[in-house]
Design a protein around this ligand. Sequence first.
Ligand SMILES: CC(C)(COP(=O)(O)OP(=O)(O)OC[C@H]1O[C@@H](n2cnc3c(N)ncnc32)[C@H](O)[C@@H]1OP(=O)(O)O)[C@@H](O)C(=O)NCCC(=O)NCCS
Length: 155
Amino acid sequence: MPDRTRPVRIDDVIAVKTIEDSCFPSPWDMDVFVTLAGSEGCITLGRGKQVSMRVIENNGNVAGYVVWVDCSDTSEGRVLNIAVRKNLQRRGFGRSLLQHVFDSLTERGIKTTTLEARESNLAAHRFYERMGMEELGRVPNYYEDEDAITYSITL
Ligand SMILES: CC(C)(COP(=O)(O)OP(=O)(O)OC[C@H]1O[C@@H](n2cnc3c(N)ncnc32)[C@H](O)[C@@H]1OP(=O)(O)O)[C@@H](O)C(=O)NCCC(=O)NCCS
């Protein structure tokens, strides 16, 4: 399947923040998205670490986005954030975003990736399972008010 994603741009940030606010009880600050967009969707940190952000469009508008970090030194990736505009969910946008992350990590020689989801976020659990990820365990009080379930995949 062709990659339908592209790096985040500064003019995406308002749309991204609108999706973020509508999807999460504790949304990320705008600053994070501005910083990533200002760096063309990729920030290189020390020790082989890289943070990336891409968006996916529907009819020229941002439909969703994904943010992940990978570390070539440890050969690990971690999905930090993924969301699709509510009225565009269940149309394959999330799958395209996460598949991009898996492909990009594979290209960089990363072998495993993990992520956390709220215990109550059943849609996310079904989505990650459908993407071939496996439940790894629970992190008590990972969120202020809730445990996290950790998922992992070997690429
Ligand atoms: C999780 C999320 C990113 C999935 O994105 P999406 O674009 O709706 O997912 P897709 O359409 O690519 O779904 C792929 C498959 O995942 C599964 N899936 C996705 N959403 C599901 C749901 N609500 N219930 C059951 N299964 C679901 C299905 O098997 C689906 O395939 P199908 O539609 O052919 O049955 C989206 O629901 C979302 O943005 N949620 C709010 C933010 C969020 O919770 N992010 C995750 C934080 S951990």
